[in-house]
Structure formats: C-alpha cells, structure tokens
Write a protein that binds this ligand. Structure first.
Ligand code: ATP
Ligand code: FE2
Length: 326
C-alpha cells in the first residue's frame, strides 16, 4: 500500500512516499529566517506556498510513481503554526482532487514517535520527543500516547535556537552549539525540573547574561547542553521507572545531538533498558513520517477525512489521539 505524506507544521515543507515500511522518497525544503530572527509564521507559509509543487514533483520522481498510484494521502493536521498547516492541507486536497484517494489527517508529534519506532525497531518505548517547539516524555498507556512530562515554556530546540541567536550563531543553532560544546568546560546554570515538567527559557536568559560577562562561547554551549540534557534524562528515567517499560527512544530534531544520545544511552544501560535514537534523516520534520502514520491510521480506519470537511488542528495534543494501531 502506497501513501503520500505532506509535512508543513513549521519551517519545513516535506513530501514523503512510503510503500508500506519502505521509504520511496523523502523530499523537503526548509524556510530559513534572516540572521537574528526566529520563524515568522506568515513568511514560512509563503515559503511553503512557493515550494510545495516542486517538492511534490521531486518526491514523485524519486519514488518513480504518479499521484494516482497512491492508495492514500496523509497530511500533518497539527499541532503547528496555522498559516503553515493551511498550506499542507491545501496541497493534500489538491492531490486527492486529482488522485481521488482517501485523505488522512495525522498528529505531527505521533508521526515523530511512529517513524522512530519503525527505524529503531523498539516495540513499546518511553519516548523523549525533543524538537523546536515540542519537548515531551511520552509512553503508550491504555490506548493513547500519554504525556508523563513536558516543557512548561519553550521546547528544547527553540531554547537552543534562542541561545544561539543571542550568541550570534546562525539558525538552526542546535548543531552549532553541539560543535562549540566539544571544547567547553562546565559552569553552573539553573537546573529547572518541577515534578515531571521542565523549563528552559530562564536558563537561556541566565546563560546569555553569563556570556555577556565574559564566559567563553564554548563554556556556555557545553554548560547549557550538560544542564538541559541532564534535566531531560532525569525525567525520562523517572518515566521509565514509573511505567516499568524497558525501552527508551529519542526522536524529534534535537535527537540528532550525540551528547544527548550518550546521556540517555548511559541512563538506559544502567537501568538494564534498551536505548535507540531515530536516525537523523527521519528525526527532524519530514514527509516520510507523515506518510507512515497515514498508512497506520488508514489501515486501522482512524481519522479518514472528507476533503470538503478536512481542517487543521493547530493546538491538537499528543494525548488527544486514540492510538488504535498499536
Ligand atoms: P516540531 O514541530 O516537532 O516542534 P520543529 O519544527 O521544531 O518540530 P524539527 O526538525 O523536529 O522541527 O527540529 C528542529 C530543531 O532541532 C531545531 O531547534 C534545531 O536547532 C534542533 N537541532 C537540529 N540538530 C540538532 C543537534 N545536532 N543538536 C541539537 N539540536 C538540534
Ligand atoms: Fe517536528
């Protein structure tokens, strides 16, 4: 069974083509804001409107298929930036108007989990989902992905990007901070875990104040990673202990970070649990993960939409969705 998946929640417009578990194509084009700026939703949506046809054509060519070869079309319904989600919905509607397939709306965060499960070969993990806008510790319990802990303000990726902006590093800052951190030494930063929830924005402000007072770029980057990743590891470990699960998975754009992977791997090993990170190609926003979740949902008849009635769900939560395919 073949599915075309459309991703457009934030800075990336992506189109993936999955033939059951096989990725036939995974094309994308990412909006990069001007130096010193964060994502402006309307500008990102203008970018998506400009590139969507080209990204779709590239994906179809790469997969060697035509629109009408697809059995189902899926799109990111939410959560995300409304103007960006709207472009994805319109693109998906255009495709099904040509190919006449069923249209499936999928939750972006769950797509990150499911593509991670597919490639990590883990069955029922506690998932640390870390991206720009989202930071959640999730596990499947009683038919849904329940949230055991999350950020109370910004996601860890946005925190890294904000810190990077203040330090004069370009966007996205995560990989640059990872590089700088390699030669850094530790200075103490606030460690903010409240119950099972986390907060990052105060640490960013504090770290930027330290940078102004003369602490080196490398030391700031190293200390920010050590502190925030230790917070994430602590809460993930407690979710493992609470649920009794024996697998840990890392997914989302920040999953590419080798230091975060190493911390989680050590924690899992010490508990006798398995650890695996979603491969980098599929851990950031991409169309293949939307196509894969579209197939899972379509096969279990979840959220097949009438194109005329399909709408975006910008604030949909991970634990709003019934996970009938597990
Ligand atoms: P979501 O909509 O799920 O919140 P997103 O739109 O933020 O996702 P992703 O591609 O999942 O997009 O994640 C992007 C984030 O990942 C950026 O904040 C970026 O700085 C961060 N990132 C990418 N590579 C690394 C890395 N090596 N280390 C740390 N952070 C990274
Ligand atoms: Fe994402």
């Amino acid at each position: 069974m073949l599915c075309i998946g459309i991703e457009s929640t934030a800075h990336t417009f992506g189109v993936g083509v999955m033939d059951n578990e096989k990725v036939l194509a995974n094309e994308k084009d990412t909006y990069i804001p001007p130096q010193g700026w964060g994502i402006e939703p309307v500008k990102a949506a203008q970018h998506h409107r400009r590139v969507w046809k080209d990204v779709l054509q590239r994906a179809l060519r790469q997969a060697g298929v035509k629109i009408y070869d697809a059995d189902v079309v899926a799109f990111s319904q939410g959560p995300g930036l409304p103007p960006c989600l709207q472009v994805g919905l319109e693109a998906a509607k255009r495709i099904v108007s040509e190919g006449n397939q069923p249209l499936v709306g999928v939750n972006h965060c769950i797509a990150h989990i499911e593509i991670g499960r597919l490639f990590s070969k883990l069955n029922d993990p506690v998932t640390l989902y870390v991206s720009g806008a989202n930071t959640q510790i999730l596990a499947h319990v009683s038919g849904r992905y329940r949230c055991f802990g999350e950020t109370m303000d910004i996601g860890i990726g946005n925190a890294l990007d904000k810190l990077g902006r203040g330090l004069g590093l370009g966007f996205p800052a995560g990989p640059k901070i990872e590089q700088e951190a390699k030669s850094g030494r530790y200075i103490e930063l606030p460690y903010v875990v409240k119950g099972m929830d986390l907060s990052f924005s105060g640490i960013v402000t504090y770290a930027l104040t330290k940078a102004k007072s003369g602490i080196s770029l490398a030391d700031i980057c190293f200390s920010f990673q050590e502190t925030s990743f230790a917070m994430l590891t602590e809460v993930t470990e407690r979710a493992l202990a609470h649920t009794g699960k024996t697998e840990t998975m890392l997914t989302g754009g920040v999953a590419a970070n080798k230091r975060l992977q190493a911390m989680l791997e050590t924690m899992a090993r010490e508990r006798g649990a398995k650890f695996s990170a979603c491969p980098k190609e599929y851990s950031g926003d991409n169309g293949a993960m939307i196509a894969w979740l579209g197939l899972l949902q379509h096969k279990s008849k979840i959220n097949n939409l009438k194109p005329g009635k399909a709408d975006i769900l910008p604030r949909q939560r991970t634990d709003d969705v019934d996970v009938g395919w597990m």
